[in-house]
Design a protein around this ligand. Sequence first.
Ligand code: PLP
Length: 420
Amino acid sequence: MHHFQYQNDQMYCEDLPIQQIAQEVGTPFYLYSHATLKRHFNAFYNAFDGVDRLVCYSAKANTNQAILNLFAQLGGGLDIVSGGELYRGLQAGFEPDKIVYSGVGKRVDEIDYALKSGILMFNIESLEELEIINQRASHFNTVAPVAIRVNPDVDPKTHPYISTGLKKNKFGIDIVSALLGYKAARKLDHIEIKGVDCHIGSQITDVQPFKDTLASLKNLIDELREIGISIRYLDMGGGLGITYDDETPPAPDEYAQSIIQSLKGSSLKLILEPGRVIVGNAGILVAQVLYTKIGETKNFVITDVGMNDLMRPALYDAFHAIKPVTQTQDTAIVADIVGPICETSDFMARDRKIARVYRGDLLAVMSAGAYSFTMSSNYCSRPKCAEVMVKGDRFHVIRKRQAVEDLCAGESVPGFLDER
Ligand SMILES: *Cc1c(COP(=O)(O)O)cnc(C)c1O
């Protein structure tokens, strides 16, 4: 359960009517519940009770400073995929030695930044990357802590665009080459082998793919031990799914048990990189109806939320529940809920049953806490929308709405345009 519930036909976020926030902030805006964020983080962390573990929240799901700051305060670490996320994480107060760095395309400047910051480890995704990190660490006369991201060739049975642990995916190193990678790493003077890492995909709704992955990683760790390479950290990545529609993902406890059971007796320190499961259902996107077009064959509800604000439906045909902020007795219609952008993929929902709504009504696009604001853009020169956090009966604008003046920032007209 989350904290977006109706009281007397009005949707509230915790103890505040969403209508009231909309009046003060304007629309569209993302809205996060502090209580839900905190509960989700703690539930995930506590599910692994009794296990030596570090929960490295996956920044790319939602990088707002207020949200990162909250997870840092709750004792979390951070999983990053860029120098920009490292900057955000350090700004938000994460201790560098709780930060793990994944990603297939780390640039030299990003590697240098992470080395200087003293992160916990680099999750290496290719043997060339291993070489480069060794060179950079040598340049700074230091030692780079690493894990190899293993691609276990396990099918996570999720959308193909968010499946990352199959051989055909660009991520990680297959398990045979990984063994060679560790042997190579052992010979490098500026590399310290710390762990084994994986991340097989996102929005996974079954524990079996995680179990299969863990089984092959354990085999690898045993083989490594036999040749004298000892592993301290086992990083299981993220990927646990949430309910958007009618999915029934395992609860954090069930997920944790499936991992803990096969780790009994080992001295490995467990790292987890949850993103979506922590923030996904802790946020919504509030839209305003601009127009309705009730047609003979098709109905359209046109709102002020575009695919630039929430890209998931256009990108993955993702489902988001859409609810009226004020419930009415009006009969339902079936409509496409679309935005103002000049693209046919600019929709939040298609052929969706929804109560008849009118210009000015507010709609809540549910489950919009993960991969939502972070994927937003300025397409069609639409300023990025505001983000708001509620705690009890208080709210705070945690990111102000962009102004049109912000849109041209950094752009420059060359003098040579005036030359004849
Ligand atoms: C995106 C990502 C995660 C988080 O995935 P979720 O499905 O949001 O839990 C974790 N680790 C890595 C390496 C990622 O790229």
